[in-house]
Design a protein around this ligand. Structure first.
Ligand SMILES: [Zn+2]
Length: 398
């Protein structure tokens, strides 16, 4: 620092230094040159401010966080503004605000991107799960093709509750991506056809290559709910996928219905009429199918894979009841028990409340058992559960 020059009011560099002296040591004034959007691995768009380099707390700073996209709008920060940037400790510098009298005449209100800067898919505003209001956060809807999201989506696609492809862990996905063997899910199913030489990779041999091709082949037929889950649509969990699978019956029917729900009120109402499909889920799935890139990948996938419909819900003693499982089960896994209950028309909840009809408690049941007693919920063990639904299991196997 050569002088404080506090009387200088020009917009040149001396002026910047002069004004900076009026702020605390860790704040400075500089010009906002542009806002760049980074796409996270789950598709979230985050703004990064690029500024004229400025000395701040001993280092030169040229990039800052706008914290969340809302701040750009709320603070009406515009490109060209002289902005107050602050750095506290080791955190990323932040833009606090701008100097109104230094705003260039032609500065325009900031326009948020409507397409993903990485893949060109629609970037939509999400509904906040907690508040139910439209969030400032934008998310790229091109989950299946977006390079920023590719690795995460592919890992999800092959994961245990999705396609469950044995031998295709995170490391293999990363390696195949790097080598350009795959870029989106359908590519997994064309590896063998394309004669990709897996056996030539380091650590691979003919046996491991053959095993992976076999594991992939085994998944060419898959239940529709897993198929939908594998797509990795935001907010669409395992309960929702079963619901959607049952409601629409086939992958292509789902695709048509969701495309229609994005355009026609009637189809949208139909989607919303399913118990358990709220506005957030509905919007997420409509957005997904509203993105042509995704539909293209979806269709390519359907050309390789057959998604089989789930069995219809059967009427039973537990149809329409809300049930909760707790403690250990001996005859089946928790997943199987849940799937069975849902097949029989029951709703499986994660915790006990007044609305619970039945608690199936195995050894080791703890707080849920206490809650059930408190709310006067009927409690039965696994054997009694099987007895009540037993007839339906036999039916199912016939
Ligand atoms: Zn994208």
């Amino acid at each position: 620092m050569t002088s404080t020059a506090s009387s200088t009011r020009s917009t040149g560099s001396t002026g910047r230094q002069g004004l900076a002296s009026k702020f605390a040591a860790e704040q400075a004034l500089t010009r906002l040159l542009k806002v760049e959007w980074q796409v996270g691995k789950t598709g979230k768009l985050t703004p990064v401010a690029h500024m004229d380099p400025v000395k701040l707390a001993g280092t030169t700073v040229s990039r800052a966080s706008l914290h969340n996209p809302d701040e750009i709008a709320r603070k009406d920060i515009r490109v060209g503004d002289m902005v107050i940037v602050q750095r506290a400790g080791d955190v990323i510098p932040q833009i606090l605000g701008f100097v109104p009298e230094k705003r260039p005449k032609d500065a325009k209100p900031y326009k948020f991107p409507e397409i993903c800067p990485v893949c060109g898919s629609h970037a939509v505003r999400e509904v906040n799960e907690k508040t139910g209001k439209v969030d400032a956060v934008r998310r790229c809807t091109g989950g299946l093709i977006c390079a920023a999201q590719r690795a995460e989506r592919l890992k999800h696609f092959v994961s245990r509750n999705a396609f469950d492809i044995e031998g295709m862990g995170d490391k293999v996905i990363e390696e195949f991506l790097k080598l350009g063997f795959i870029s989106s899910p359908p590519d997994i199913f064309t590896l063998e056809k394309r004669k990709v030489k897996l056996e030539e990779l380091e650590g691979w041999g003919e046996t491991s290559a053959r095993n992976l091709f076999a594991a992939i082949s085994q998944r060419r037929t898959i239940a529709l709910d897993r198929f939908i889950f594998a797509l990795g649509i935001p907010h669409i969990g395992e309960t929702n996928v079963r619901l959607l699978a049952r409601a629409y019956g086939s992958a292509s029917a789902l695709r048509e219905a969701m495309r229609a729900a994005g355009k026609e009120e009637e189809a949208h109402q139909e989607l919303m009429s399913h118990d358990g499909i709220g506005p957030i889920v509905a919007e997420a799935i409509v957005d997904f199918f509203g993105e042509p890139h995704n539909v293209e990948v979806f269709d390519k996938l359907l050309a390789e894979v057959e998604a089989t419909p789930l069995e219809a819900v059967r009427q039973s003693q537990v149809s329409g009841k809300t049930v909760v499982f707790t403690g250990a089960l001996e005859k089946m896994t928790r997943e199987e028990a849940k799937a069975m209950a849902e097949r029989l028309g029951a709703k499986v909840a994660g915790s006990v409340s007044k609305k619970t009809d039945l608690l199936i408690a195995g050894p080791g049941a703890g707080s849920k058992l206490k809650d059930a007693q408190k709310h006067g919920v009927e409690v039965i063990d696994e054997a009694e559960w099987l007895r009540r639904v037993g007839g339906q299991i036999i039916n199912r196997l016939e």
